[in-house]
Each structure stands twice: as structure tokens, then as C-alpha cells.
Design a protein around this ligand. Sequence first.
Ligand code: 23J
Ligand code: MN
Length: 270
Amino acid sequence: MSTDLNGAGVLSALAGALAGGGVEIVDLSHVLSPEIPVMVLPPEFGQCQPVRIEEVSRYDARGPAWYWNTITLSEHAGTHFDAPAHWVTGRHLAQGTVDDLPLDHLVAPAVVLDFSAEAAADEDFILTRAHLEDWEAANGKIDPGCWVLFRTDWAQHVTTPKYLNLREDGPHSPGPDASAIEFLVHERGILGFGTETIGTDAGQGSHLSPPYPAHSILHGNGRYGLQCLAGLDRLPARGAILFAAPLKIRDGSGSPLRVLALVPGKGSAA
Ligand code: 23J
Ligand code: MN
């Protein structure tokens, strides 16, 4: 890795690599539409509203030369960011809402943990500390300050009932247990944890200890979540840089966003 470049040199090299294909951009976001599935909670709780898109005008009598829509969005609809204040464990933390996050947390490296085979074999696959230790033995240590992205290939189910996988006892999808998140937060110092599923927690995460361990432990420690990611199959295990900047909603608990990754391009030297 070159450490001999100053900031201007880094940016100039990046501009060249972007123009020349040495660095490519991968979109990790789903299309935000009324069809995208949203979180379903037990009936006694308030619910996430679906996305609404209402046309104001489209080159017609309502506006002859312009097209625009009014959108209605849950803070947790579609590909979205979870801030510490989303969870009760993070309610008193400084810089816990999306309008007041450290900017250097919004652009950060990512590692991608491919557990797609395990998730295909078991829709309730639980990621544990032992899995992370095995992953590190094969791929190297997870760096502090990075996003950990949990690849399950669940994004491919986004247009089908399998995405939420709702049954009488609630949703079924893979996710981490407390041992995995405690390891990542306390022993690896990660920035946040991203998933392809509807939440950072497993579908049956309410039955784990503590309930919803990813939300509880990540946010209680000032860490972030990303949900409903797509395109993780296009990222290297390490070396990507993520741009994940939520909307600046006053006191917002989270926000839909466009997540972009910079990755080495096909034409680039290793
Ligand atoms: C509210 C309550 C429970 C959960 C969630 C939201 C999410 O997964 C979310 O979108 O953050 S588990
Ligand atoms: Mn969320």
C-alpha cells in the first residue's frame, strides 16, 4: 500500500483511477419503491409504513415543464442506516442521531463476510463469535473502524415473500448473536454492522439474549447498522471503501440512503 502520497496526491490518484477504471463504484442499494418490503413487528407495536410516492406533476396541467414527486418514507424503509438513538441502549449517547454524526464515520473501509452458503442451508442461521474467529483465521483480522458486512445473498429475495419470510411465529432470516456483536464491538472496534436482511438482527432475534442483540449492543456502544443492502456479492472480502451518509433528518433515528462502495477495478493491479 502506498503511504507516500499526501492528501492532494491521494485524491488526484483516485480521480485518475476512477476515470481509468482502476477503481470502480458498486451500488449497494435497492430501488426505493412502494413494493419494497418493510419491517413487520408484533401487532401490539407501532408499525413501519410502506414507501409512498405521489406525483405532483409530470409535464402536464399541474406543471407543464416539470416532473416531481412527494415521497413519504419511514426512517427504516429500504436500504437504510440505523443510528445509535434508534435503540433505547443508545438513547443518551452524544452524536447519536443522523443529523449529528462524525463525518469521518460516513466514509469508511468495509470487510465482507460471506456466509451465503450457510444462509442458504439454514434460513435461521445464527452468526457467532466462533464463525468470526474462523473467518479471521482464513482472511486476517478485522480492522478497527471498519464496517462489517454480513453477506447472505438475501438481497436476491427482495421481490419474494422469502425476504421477510413471515410465519405464524414471526419472520425468519439469518443474523448474529450477542457473542458475535460483542466480539466485533469490544474486541475489534468496528464502526458498524451491515446486512442484506430487513434488520441487522435475525428474524427470530427477539428470542435471543439480549433481545435483538445487534441493535442492543451496536447502538448501546455508539455503533451503526445498515440494512437491506444489495450487491455484497460484488465486493472483495477486504479493500472496499463505503460511502454511507444518511439524510440529515433532525433528531432522526435512521434514514434511507444510497450506499456506494469503491472497489479495485478489473483493470487495476493487485
Ligand atoms: C424497530 C423495532 C425493531 C427492529 C427494527 C425497528 C429494525 O430492524 C430496524 O429497521 O432498525 S428489529
Ligand atoms: Mn433500521
